[in-house]
Design a protein around this ligand. Structure first.
Ligand SMILES: Nc1ncnc2c1ncn2[C@@H]1O[C@H](COP(=O)(O)OP(=O)(O)OP(=O)(O)O)[C@@H](O)[C@H]1O
Length: 255
């Protein structure tokens, strides 16, 4: 089966400084994959390269076997890759419901003639309600999104990210700034909504990473020093030396 995401020799320089220094990685369809690494390792930059926000200095990126290296973010999005951002990215004055509808319209409105031919309003509303139910916000659907609690806003953002039905979901620090119980809730939510999809996430909370990820890639100074199952990464001497150090991978927060 073709991998959901393939990176081949991907490099990125800002001016004379090479930040991403040759990434080769294959993420199979249906895998939950976490990218971890110290601050400044290049995780966000790699995310921006995959989603098309940054152009690549060298290398190729393929989505479901099709090269997307030179495409714009919206084109990559319409080919089935959807990402969230580190900073909550919702419309605070629109209702929770409208936020999800916007996500749906953006991803599907122009692409799929079904939405134009068949009772568009009803289909959209039904799908939005379904997503709100999935993310546990159906009862709060009429509130302005800006009044939701922080964890609810992040859940809404995940709802918007999955709204268009993308097969590859990228989440950037989905539990950042959350309490322990909020984190547990969001981990369960992510597990549920990524069922049968491919997940690529950047996350600092090692508890979340080791709980959710099927495989983990460790990025240090723009290079992947290890890729493997949580057990393999936990046992890797190179990873321990370069990154995890004394942190208990099952519990700690590492930066
Ligand atoms: N647009 C840019 N122009 C110049 N340098 C940049 C740019 N974006 C990132 N960098 C540099 O690239 C390096 C990697 O940054 P990046 O944000 O990708 O790391 P990160 O692993 O996501 O870090 P963190 O865990 O703190 O979010 C940093 O040294 C940063 O200063």
């Amino acid at each position: 089966m073709t991998a959901a995401l393939q990176m081949q020799g991907v490099r990125k320089s800002f001016g004379p400084t090479e930040i991403i220094r040759g990434i080769d990685l294959e993420i199979p369809t249906g895998e939950r994959h976490a990218i971890i690494g110290p601050n400044g390792a290049g995780k966000s930059t790699l995310f921006h390269l995959i989603s098309g926000k940054y152009s690549k200095t060298a290398g190729r990126i393929l989505l479901n076997g099709t090269e997307v290296t030179e495409l714009q973010p919206y084109q990559i999005n319409r080919m089935g890759l959807s990402r969230s951002f580190q900073i909550t990215n919702i419309f605070p004055r629109l209702s929770v419901f409208e936020n999800v509808r916007c996500g749906l319209l953006w991803s599907m409105g122009y692409r799929n003639s079904f939405w134009r031919l068949v009772d568009t309003e009803r289909a959209l509303n039904e799908r939005a309600a379904q997503i709100l139910d999935e993310i546990g916000l159906l009862e709060r659907c009429d509130l302005p999104a800006g009044v939701l609690a922080y964890a609810e806003q992040r859940a809404l953002e995940i709802g918007i990210t999955i709204a268009g039905g993308a097969e590859v979901i990228m989440l950037d620090e989905p539990t950042a700034g959350m309490s322990h119980s909020e984190t547990e809730g969001v981990v369960e939510l992510i597990r549920r909504v990524t069922q049968g999809r491919t997940l690529v996430m950047v996350e600092h909370d090692m508890g979340v990473v080791f709980n959710l990820a099927d495989r983990i890639s460790v990025l240090v100074y723009g290079e992947i020093i290890a890729t493997g199952t949580p057990e393999e990464v936990r046992a890797s001497k190179a990873v321990q030396e370069a990154y995890l150090g004394a942190v208990d991978a099952g519990e700690g927060e590492a930066h």
